[in-house]
Design a protein around this ligand. Structure first.
Ligand SMILES: *Cc1c(COP(=O)(O)O)cnc(C)c1O
Length: 369
């Protein structure tokens, strides 16, 4: 592999394809597949990932906010795009860019209906979101009559799908809670569909839902983290391939004498002779201060180099005393020798957070391994 030369996030489209095929193999062939590309496709490259997923045959996209959907439309994406968390200020843009809102509360339904009527829309596609226990966004079970009363005798809006979201799909200890959510969703969506007089499709499962509750795939599933190579379980991670690899290089080596300090606030104090490497990567690139002071480590020539001292805005220092290395050598932060999940776990967080934290200052390079 070519030397990276600077801090680089490699995005592997072959890995994306592998992960998509693995997830599809867990589903009935007729189940539709929504690719979640919010937060710049989990910190990678939203447009590149969306174009690849379109070519691989995904059925739908979802992003969190309207502006993310606008970016996709401006890049030429034509598949339907579900906006998971629209806000009233975005309603004009939704209609301008043919983006499909999740309607999650009486207020949002009423305001979006008014906007669609004002804009003289007919059968504008919307999605009804039910809260079944996550208690984050969504109508409650007893809102069905409110929804029906507002959607009856109008033709500005058409309900394309009904959906919900599991609170603990990755957590086997919460199995009975998840099954309860699925049962509630089944009941509520049936009640809604019956009263609507037509049949919107249904979806509930995220990546861990696909793995743990395939019986609840309904007509579509929504996967994010699995596409990017993580399954919230070691056995699944082993079958997936990380799409993003974060690499950097050694900028400078320092010989540290005993009783010297390294970095801001003199947070690291040397006991003996040490050799440190300074890397062009800091908290402004997404490596938070919680990775400092020997919590996190990187790999150089396949060996662990702990992060010492405080993480700076643009740099970290690592201990390379026991590693034969020189300035310009390649450093792996996450990807091959340690996964993003393993790296994240060193700082008590999860793959989702470290992946989406990698800032736009870091160069993205697309590969097809
Ligand atoms: C982010 C999100 C997903 C994707 O979840 P993964 O665990 O990444 O597969 C699915 N549904 C909703 C509502 C989400 O917000």
């Amino acid at each position: 592999m070519d030397k990276v030369g600077e801090t680089t996030l490699q995005i592997d489209l072959a890995a994306l394809e592998h992960n998509f095929k693995f997830l599809k193999s867990r589903l009935d062939p007729e189940t539709k597949f929504l690719s979640v590309v919010k937060a710049f496709a989990y910190g990678s490259d939203m447009v590149t990932i969306a174009k690849k997923m379109e070519s691989l045959g995904t059925d739908y996209f979802a992003v969190a906010y309207a502006n993310e959907g606008v970016l996709l439309r401006n890049a030429g994406i034509t598949l339907p795009i579900l906006i998971l968390h629209p806000l009233p200020i975005n309603f004009e843009a939704l209609i301008d860019f043919n983006l499909e809102p999740s309607l999650y509360s009486p207020k949002i339904l009423k305001l979006f209906l008014e906007k669609a009527e004002e804009r003289q829309q007919k059968d504008y596609p919307v999605h009804i979101k039910f809260n079944t226990g996550l208690n984050r966004l969504g109508f409650w079970e007893n809102d069905v009559d409110y929804i029906i009363n507002h959607l009856r005798e109008q033709n500005a809006l058409k309900v394309i799908s009904v959906f919900s979201h599991l609170a603990a799909s990755e957590d086997v200890a919460e199995r009975s809670f998840s099954l309860q959510q699925i049962a509630t969703f089944k009941k509520t969506s049936e009640a809604l569909n019956q009263k609507l007089g037509y049949k919107p499709f249904r979806h509930m499962l995220n990546t861990s839902g696909i793995i743990n509750y395939p019986e609840a795939q309904f007509e579509m599933v929504r996967s994010g983290i699995g596409l990017y190579g993580y399954g919230n379980a070691k056995a699944i991670d082993a079958k997936l391939k990380p799409v993003a690899q974060l690499k950097t290089i050694i900028s400078q080596l320092h010989k540290i004498e005993p009783n010297e300090s390294v970095g801001y606030n003199r947070a690291y104090k040397s006991e003996g002779y040490r050799i440190t490497a300074t890397l062009p990567l800091g908290h402004a690139d997404g490596i938070g201060r919680q990775y400092g002071n020997k919590k996190g480590h990187v790999f150089i020539h396949g060996k662990k180099a702990p992060i010492i001292g405080n993480v700076c805005m643009d740099m970290i220092m690592v201990d390379v005393t026991d590693i034969a290395c020189k300035e310009g050598d390649e450093v792996l932060v996450f990807g091959l020798h340690q996964s993003a999940e393993e790296f994240a776990n060193t700082a008590d967080t999860i793959s989702y957070e470290i992946l989406t934290a990698i800032s736009h200052r870091v160069k993205r390079v697309i590969i097809n391994s």
